[in-house]
Design a protein around this ligand. Structure first.
Ligand code: CA
Length: 235
């Protein structure tokens, strides 16, 4: 086991199930994170305030309150990244907690590489307080976007997107690596009054994929998260 560096990220795990806490403790400490734990929602909210963790991993099913309530309470005063743990088949719970401000989710059972990928993406997003100098240009695979000139290239060929397609692509870039719900995309692209029209997103996502994906039926970058939304795959 490696000794955590002095600048190691502190991860608070709020989870009542001992085997999952143990799995997270071993996986995270082995990869240089500092591990803290809470067994209830109330204790988790207190520790989120007292220990100022860099990231929270939160189980949706806790003995004293559900993860949705814990997320809402923490979001009243903190922007700390929150990754929720959910059981398979609880899409509605995932969507609700993401819309309440959680950053991402892991479906049980999950692997160590999945866990580490989600944790790294969430920490990287949290660190992006100011735009980076090269933040005006984004590339993934053979897709390149110049956010200043509003140009999109696939390989060397410029692709012309409609304004909505372009805003959808930019929204996915802003959340690169993280899941984005239909609701979040609707509000960001069409405005606050929207939330139920997830077919809008599906239509424009299909159009966008036809323009930037090699095989739109099997997208490599603009991935569907079934029942939840989409993820721009970056690693
Ligand atoms: Ca639980």
């Amino acid at each position: 086991m490696t000794q955590p560096a002095s600048n190691a990220a502190v991860v608070l795990v709020i989870e009542d199930e001992a085997p999952i806490r143990r799995f997270l403790k071993v996986s995270l400490t082995e990869h240089g994170f500092v591990f803290k734990e809470s067994l209830t929602g109330n204790d988790g909210i207190n520790k989120a305030a007292l220990e100022a963790p860099d990231l929270i991993i939160l189980d949706l099913g806790l003995p004293d309150m559900d993860g949705l309530e814990v997320t809402r309470r923490i979001r009243e005063w903190s922007t700390v990244p929150i990754i929720v743990l959910s059981a398979r088949g609880s899409d509605k719970d995932k969507v609700n907690v993401l819309d309440a401000g959680a950053d991402d989710y892991l479906t049980k059972p999950f692997s160590v590489p999945e866990l580490l990928a989600r944790v790294r993406v969430a920490l990287r997003h949290a660190a992006m307080i100011a735009p980076e100098p090269d933040g005006a240009k984004f590339s993934v695979g053979n897709i390149r976007v110049d956010l200043v000139k509003r140009q999109v290239f696939v390989g060397d060929v410029e692709v012309h997107l409609t304004p909505i397609e372009y805003r959808l692509l930019v929204a996915m870039i802003q959340h690169a690596g993280k899941v984005v719900t239909h609701n979040q995309l609707l509000r960001q692209i069409w405005g606050e009054g929207y939330g139920e029209e997830s077919h809008y997103v599906r239509v424009f996502m299909a159009q966008l994929r036809r323009k930037v994906e090699e095989d739109p039926a099997r997208p490599k970058y603009l991935i569907t998260e079934p029942g939840v939304g989409y993820r721009l795959k970056v690693e």
